[in-house]
Design a protein around this ligand. Structure first.
Ligand code: ADP
Length: 258
């Protein structure tokens, strides 16, 4: 394996992401695993298996649990840093994670101009599709494929993820085609995220990150809702961990900067 210059760990509420980067900032190693209830021992085990004597940047919900991190930085800062590698200038980052979503406007240098976050409500996050996927016994990764098969959309009107799940199940029970209902569910999520983005003065280009960025239907619906083209970088779920790794490589001393 290529020599790892820095490591980034994004200890998210749904998934833990680890990246190793070379001196050019390219990802040479990565790992994604679901977050367990016992996050601290889980993180300790992950760290045990990583190369030693390499700076570690930590971020995410459980970032403070990584005691041997060289630097701990906020998710907003890490996501901006990671996204700036691809945007290479000013733009907007839309991050849709498992339990929150964020919109960050960055300047030419990748510094944060403005941001907003939804961490109070599951609608507008990955959890919105996940709960229904569980009920339909479908892997969340397959949800987009169902939506793509639909020739129409059934409107999901519930603004709450819990009610939307019941609404979807009852519509399918009443005979609406599952594909059309799932497409409607994607639309409800895209609208919710678009309205979060529209609460800021967003500037193009827009980069989509987070686990949900791997869903092509959400990407194209967000493009429709925002009337802007959206860039999905390779490994969108790793954006925060990548940013943390770069920040740790740039920092020489142990500091906490959240
Ligand atoms: P967090 O940082 O909050 O832990 P992530 O950015 O890691 O979240 O994203 C996790 C979310 O991404 C979960 O809700 C999961 O369902 C969703 N997800 C992961 N892969 C896919 C996929 N291929 N399609 C749709 N959603 C996905």
């Amino acid at each position: 394996m290529e020599r790892i210059k820095a490591i980034g760990i994004d200890a998210g509420s749904t998934a833990i992401k680890v990246v190793g980067i070379n001196e050019k900032g390219n990802i040479v190693f990565y790992k994604v695993e679901p977050t367990s209830f016992q996050m601290k021992p889980q993180l300790e085990k992950i760290i045990e298996e990583l190369p030693k004597d390499v700076p570690i940047g930590a971020t995410g919900y459980g970032g403070d649990l990584i005691s041997n991190a060289t630097i701990t930085a906020s998710e907003i800062r890490c996501h901006s840093k990671g996204a700036h590698l691809f945007l290479k200038g000013p733009g907007t980052v839309i991050d849709i994670g498992g339990q929150d979503s964020k919109v960050i406007v960055i300047d030419q240098e990748g510094e944060v101009i403005d941001f907003t976050m939804n961490d109070k409500c599951a609608a507008g996050t990955g959890r919105f599709l996940e709960t229904t996927a569980w009920r339909l016994k479908t892997p969340v990764e397959e949800m987009a494929r169902f939506a793509e098969k639909a020739d129409r959309e059934v409107q999901v009107s519930s603004v709450c993820a819990v009610f939307a799940e019941s609404e979807v199940i009852s519509m399918v029970a009443k005979g609406e085609p599952m594909e059309a209902v799932i497409k409607g569910l994607h639309r409800a999520l895209a609208k919710r995220v678009a309205s979060l983005a529209q609460s800021l003065n967003i500037i193009p280009p827009i980069l989509l990150s987070g686990g949900v960025a791997q869903n092509p239907v959400i990407k194209s619906m967000l493009e429709e809702e925002l009337k802007e083209k959206i860039i999905v970088p390779p490994y969108p779920q790793l954006m925060g961990a990548l940013g943390a790794a770069i920040i740790s490589m740039e920092s020489k001393t142990k500091v906490t900067n959240r």
